[in-house]
Design a protein around this ligand. Structure first.
Ligand code: RB5
Length: 152
């Protein structure tokens, strides 16, 4: 499995920690940045990782910001992405089994490194359950491009 990983400045240290654990586990990584703790804009890294996933260059993506929320919002704007913000093990498992999430987002300000690593492992090793969940995922994907009149 090849994994794209990216973060903003708030997620940089956790990204480096997770990278070390993933490399130890033999996972192939594409690091889309950022490369330090200088302030950057998380949507830029969400887009880079999302494009690596939808292009097929990588099988899954991992994105880290302060909360995991901005990264999920941004990544989910890219067609083909199903990004899940998961701060606990059950969410990590179910976002794969039920939602076939292809991107995991984490909050470095909320999730300690050991738990984050366990969440990442579960996210990578859990298969999609298919069956009734496939129909629901198909309905999610059918929403793409359906621009309802959303109040701003
Ligand atoms: C950066 O300060 C912070 O806003 C960002 O990392 C993220 O938490 C946004 O969702």
């Amino acid at each position: 499995m090849r994994v794209a990983i990216g973060s903003d400045h708030a997620g940089y240290l956790l990204k480096e920690t997770l990278k070390a654990g993933l490399i130890d586990a033999g996972v192939a990584l594409d690091d889309a940045g950022t490369t330090g703790d200088a302030s950057v804009d998380y949507p830029d890294y969400a887009e880079a990782v999302a494009r690596l996933v939808v292009s097929g260059a990588c099988d899954r993506g991992i994105l880290i910001c302060g909360t995991g929320i901005g990264m999920a919002m941004a990544a989910n704007k890219v067609d083909g992405i199903r990004a899940a913000a998961a701060g606990d093990l059950e969410s990590a498992r179910l976002c794969r089994e039920h939602n076939d999430a292809n991107v995991l987002t984490l909050g470095a300000r909320l999730t300690p490194p050991d738990l984050a690593m366990a969440i990442v492992r579960l996210f990578l090793e859990t298969p999609f359950a298919g069956g009734r969940h496939q129909r629901r995922v198909d309905k999610i994907m059918a929403l793409q491009g359906s621009h309802a009149d959303v109040p701003r």
